[in-house]
Design a protein around this ligand. Structure first.
Ligand code: FE
Length: 215
């Protein structure tokens, strides 16, 4: 059994800091101004910075003060999931925001199998996006090896474990208010017009989801 002294001496492996992606967009997109996209991207960069800051502080935090009501380590743990999910979800969102909107690849066949048709899927995705306060996410869930449209009210509220985001739609007001005010629906149209299906299909390939989907 490990002694208390040796436990205290145990060093956790320090986290390697995350590096922010670079914005691939340098001009207005159909229905989305560059000014709005750049302002939004700054928020993403903030999530990467805060993820690094929080994880570094967790590495050096006093674990003995842990408390369910309030403690510094408790707050760091609470905000870590917000920052990490904020980072990851925006990386998919911006990753697939500069395409031609043309559905293609194996993902289309997977969607047609799980939602009957592309139109049915899109209707459900848009419905999710109107209801959600944060995100609408097409995710491949390893529990049943199929696709689901999950809604999430915040980066760390409604996140589903064991599921890979494939298409990520940001519906926070910051994603569209500069161009559309409080009018979300035209922003949703613009999102689908700019969706890079090739990027989403690369996620399918990266995690070998087609083979799992068929099993
Ligand atoms: Fe956002």
């Amino acid at each position: 059994m490990r002694s208390a002294q040796s436990f205290n001496l145990l060093k956790f492996r320090m986290h390697k800091p995350f590096e922010a992606d670079k914005l691939k967009i340098d001009k207005d997109r159909p229905g989305l101004t560059l000014k709005m996209i750049q302002a939004h991207f700054k928020l993403y960069e903030g999530y990467v910075k805060k993820t690094n800051e929080i994880q570094e502080k967790i590495d050096g935090a006093d674990k003995s003060e842990a408390n369910g009501v309030y403690s510094m380590i408790g707050e760091l743990k609470r905000q870590e999931t917000f920052a990490v999910n904020g980072m990851k979800l925006h990386e998919v969102y911006f990753g697939h925001l500069s395409g031609d909107g043309e559905p293609k690849g194996e993902l289309v066949k997977m969607i047609e199998k799980d939602f009957d048709s592309l139109d049915e899927w899109k209707l459900d995705m848009v419905t999710t996006a109107i209801c959600a306060r944060g995100w609408a996410i097409l995710a491949f869930d390893f529990r049943d090896n199929r696709l689901h449209n999950y809604g999430s009210d915040s980066h760390n509220v409604g996140a589903v474990w064991g599921a890979i985001p494939v298409i990520v739609l940001d519906v926070y007001e910051h994603a569209y208010a500069m161009d559309y005010g409080i009018d979300r629906k035209p922003y949703l149209d613009a999102f689908f017009k700019n969706l890079d299906w090739g990027f989403a299909n690369n996620i399918i390939k990266e995690y070998d989801l087609l083979a799992k989907h068929a099993s």
